[in-house]
Design a protein around this ligand. Structure first.
Ligand SMILES: Cc1cc2nc3c(=O)[nH]c(=O)nc-3n(C[C@H](O)[C@H](O)[C@H](O)COP(=O)(O)OP(=O)(O)OC[C@H]3O[C@@H](n4cnc5c(N)ncnc54)[C@H](O)[C@@H]3O)c2cc1C
Length: 404
């Protein structure tokens, strides 16, 4: 039964992580009355995010990048080093942004600085109301969706953007199932300072347990994402900061000199999940509510920001044409527009990870040959770089630096 006392809203965003904040800001700057409901996680997020050029352009257009650019480091070169020690070893491959006419592939930033800038921008927008509470129920109906809060209040929205992370209540309410995959690995994350400069180079060592990546931060600092087999992850987790710095220096072949581990560490079990549909019953999923990727190749949040920009573009256009923003055409167009981008990135990350774990010589040979061809063939290398930064499947307007 519809709740007669419920408040009416055009768009309601559930979840105030980076994807939800970006969706809410994208709508509100275009004049769509939006409500963002979120419950801050109890544990602080100590990770960093490598934001690709399109994501940076979108944040710049939304007035967010100006608030956090000083805390971000440019990624001008991406280096891949085959450190598998196997028979079929690939040559070192260097991708430079200059080669495809860009100053940088993107920027690396600590999540706390990015979220702070998003919050600051969100609080400045008159069309955006922010409610700090937990959503306890989401009920889709023919004309709208009822969202119930823990405090007892209910809100009516014409469309709900489910940005409520991997255990999404919105996804269950839309009756959307997910395909899940678990990997026998964990990712250790931390930040460190070093005695040698990084020269804006991100280095990914391919090891038999997965990629070990050093990503520049401002100054002589970098973030580390180390994908490890479960036994080794447990061993390293036991080490104090000094002993861990020694292990990281060994794994990085001392390219950054002496290291000092400086921040809290994170450990994430590797897992992938993809929703079977990205929108249904007036509920559109963005960010990890729609897809979870292993932290390989910096794809997760970049996809999440493209989801947010795409659904905002469709809602703004529907409102402008006086169409229902949660209607069946918006739902099906969103689902169609996100399918190729999310599917291709999920497959690419999965294949790279599996090729590193595989003991099969033909698989190792294929990976080595792929890197060899990338190293030798300029046109192929440039095509791969362009696809990495801006998917051929189509960029939303915000990623092209255009307002909605
Ligand atoms: C180790 C690691 C490294 C990574 N590095 C990169 C990288 O370099 N580049 C990249 O693009 N991606 C990266 N990612 C992926 C990226 O971190 C995630 O894609 C991103 O954090 C997901 O953001 P989100 O907003 O979708 O979800 P979340 O950050 O999980 O936000 C969901 C929010 O919803 C709230 N919420 C949930 N349920 C409710 C409810 N019922 N009511 C109210 N609020 C609710 C939660 O409290 C939370 O605040 C990495 C991931 C990992 C694990």
């Amino acid at each position: 039964m519809p709740d007669k006392n419920a408040d009416k809203h055009a768009a309601i965003v559930v979840g105030d992580g980076p994807a939800g904040l970006t969706a809410a800001i994208s709508l509100a700057v275009s004049g769509v009355n939006t409500t963002l409901i979120g419950l801050q996680p109890a544990v602080p997020d100590n990770r960093t995010t490598a934001l690709l050029a399109g994501s940076v352009a979108a944040l710049d257009t939304l007035g967010v990048w100006q608030l956090c650019a000083g805390n971000a480091a440019p990624l001008r070169t991406m280096r891949i080093v085959d450190d598998t020690g196997r028979l079929w070893r690939a040559p070192e491959v260097n991708f430079t942004a200059e080669e495809i006419g860009l100053e940088a592939f993107g920027h690396n930033i600590e999540n706390r600085h990015l979220t702070e800038a998003l919050r600051q921008r969100a609080c400045s927008l008159p069309a955006l109301s922010i409610i700090e509470d937990e959503v306890v129920a989401v009920l889709p109906q023919a004309e709208n969706v009822v969202v119930s809060l823990k405090c007892g209040t209910s809100l009516h929205g014409q469309i709900i953007i489910g940005a409520d992370g991997r255990r999404s209540l919105c996804r269950s309410a839309a009756d959307i199932t997910i395909d899940e995959r678990r990997y026998p690995q964990a990712a250790m994350t931390l930040c460190l300072s070093h005695s040698r400069p990084h020269h804006d180079i991100s280095t990914e060592f391919h090891t038999p347990s997965g990629p070990f990546t050093l990503v520049p931060l401002p100054g002589n600092r970098s973030s580390v994402v180390w994908v490890l087999g479960s036994g080794m992850a447990e061993e390293l987790a036991e080490l104090d900061n000094l002993a861990l710095a020694d292990e990281i220096e060994k794994a990085s072949h001392s390219i950054l000199g002496k290291l000092k581990v400086e921040s809290a560490r994170g450990m994430f079990l590797l897992h992938a999940a993809t929703a079977r549909h990205f929108a249904d019953r007036r509920i559109a999923l963005v960010g990890e509510a729609a897809h979870v990727l292993p932290p390989i190749g910096a794809q997760g949040l970049n996809l999440g920001l493209r989801d947010a920009a795409t659904i905002a573009e469709l809602i703004v256009a529907a409102q402008r044409d006086r169409r229902d923003p949660g209607g069946a055409d918006v739902m099906s167009r969103y689902d169609r527009m996100r399918r190729a981008d999310i599917g291709s990135r999920t497959i690419a990350v999965d294949l790279l990870n599996r090729s590193l774990l595989s003991d099969l010589l033909p698989v190792q040979g294929a990976r080595g040959l792929g890197l060899y061809l990338l190293d030798r063939m300029g046109p192929l290398r440039r095509a791969v770089m362009r696809e990495g930064v801006a998917p051929a499947a189509g960029q939303p307007r915000l990623m092209r630096g255009e307002a909605l």
